[in-house]
Design a protein around this ligand. Structure first.
Ligand code: ZN
Length: 372
């Protein structure tokens, strides 16, 4: 009997390709068929002929694709046979609709994590470990120094900062990535106030890049407190009461002058590192990430029971070395995913730098030496 000798996914110049099903996973260039983990731009390429993604993420993906893009969806856990591959999507806990992609072929199971986190998030389904033979994991914060405080404690800090600003006559300008982080911030602050039975100091306002995504979340059934676009606020608005949520790219622009005296803050995993807040020239930094931290990364890898781990985007070499020293078959895999870079930095003006690892080498698979 002929045994399939091709690995389930191969790295190509277009992205991760599944030959047995003739589709790509999160391609970075337009392809015929794309299976998508989530709607952040480094995972959702424009111009593909056909997309498959989790139903919960349909509205946000639709908002980011061409009007006539062909998009099919699957419920979490719902199987679909594509060619010789059984495919299913499982919650990744990263943003609304984010999914891990499970691929099964001839008894072998591969899982592509996309971006993920383990902490609870009221705006999306929680991460579920998926047992597999091969796990392709993000590694954005793959160093032991990255450990997240509990989200509840961070939301309490944000609420206290907002109250303090109000008491001192300053508007509160809070920066976070417009898809996912902004909605998590808005929902989290409101929930924390509700649970501590304290009232919000004032109303929540949003930058124009964020409010349409809030609407996508609401239309998908996610509960968010009322928010108003800054441009639609009353002319007599007292901004010292307001929490204004905006993407990081708005920081330092003339747009911020309309609020008068203000305090600025970033919410990002990078705020864990001393000096980042100062470099970003903000008054406060809140450590809140939609990516897995170091202990979470190790726990997630362990929970899959995977024999082989490929680490993409982030501190891949350090994490691979750590895992290898503990007897696991862990390797790095170059991709064009950017992780949380776009949450804390302005978008790059130039296309991403050339890859340091060639992309035309197939990922070693079940039949390759390293796998055993
Ligand atoms: Zn992402």
């Amino acid at each position: 009997m002929q045994i399939a000798r091709t690995p389930l996914l191969q790295s190509t110049e277009y992205g991760l390709y599944c030959e047995h099903g003739d589709f790509f996973v999160d391609p970075w260039r337009p392809v015929e068929r794309a299976v998508i983990t989530h709607a952040h731009s480094d995972h959702l390429a424009w111009g593909c002929s056909h997309y498959l993604l989790a139903k919960a993420g349909f509205a946000v993906a639709r908002a980011r694709l061409a009007r006539d893009a062909s998009v099919d969806t699957l419920e979490y856990g719902e199987p679909l046979q594509i060619g010789g591959v059984r495919i299913s999507l499982h919650p990744a806990g990263h943003i609304l609709g984010s999914a891990q992609i499970r691929l099964q072929h001839m008894g072998r199971v591969w899982v592509v994590s996309g971006d993920y986190k383990l902490e609870p998030d009221p705006t999306c389904a929680s991460f579920e470990p998926v047992p597999c033979h091969v796990f392709i994991s993000e590694c954005t914060f793959g160093l032991p120094i990255y450990r997240w405080p509990t989200p509840d404690s961070v939301f309490q800090q944000i609420l206290d900062w907002w109250k303090d600003n109000h008491a001192n006559g300053r508007a509160s300008l809070l920066y976070g990535y417009s898809l996912g982080k902004a909605q998590r911030l808005i929902a989290g602050v409101a929930k924390t106030a509700q649970e501590s039975q304290s009232s919000l100091p004032g109303s929540i306002h949003t930058h124009g890049a964020i409010e349409p995504l809030n609407e996508c979340y609401r239309s998908s059934g996610v509960e968010l407190p009322p928010t108003t676009r800054v441009s639609q606020a009353d002319k007599s608005m007292d901004w010292s009461k307001a929490l204004v949520v905006a993407p990081p790219s708005a920081h330092g622009t003339p747009w911020t002058r309309q609020f008068g005296p203000s305090s600025s803050a970033f919410a990002s995993g990078w705020m864990r590192i001393r000096g980042t807040r100062r470099r970003r020239a903000v008054d406060r930094g809140f450590v809140l990430s939609d990516h897995v931290d170091w202990p979470g990364l190790m726990a997630a890898i362990d929970a899959t029971g995977a024999e082989t781990i490929y680490l993409t985007h982030g501190y891949t070499h350090a994490a691979a070395r750590w895992l290898s020293e503990r007897g696991l078959d862990a390797q790095t895999l170059a991709t064009r995913y950017q992780g949380e870079r776009d949450e804390a930095e302005p978008p790059p003006a130039e296309p991403p730098a050339p890859m340091t690892q060639t992309l035309d080498q197939p990922i070693p698979g079940p039949d390759d030496e390293g796998f055993r």
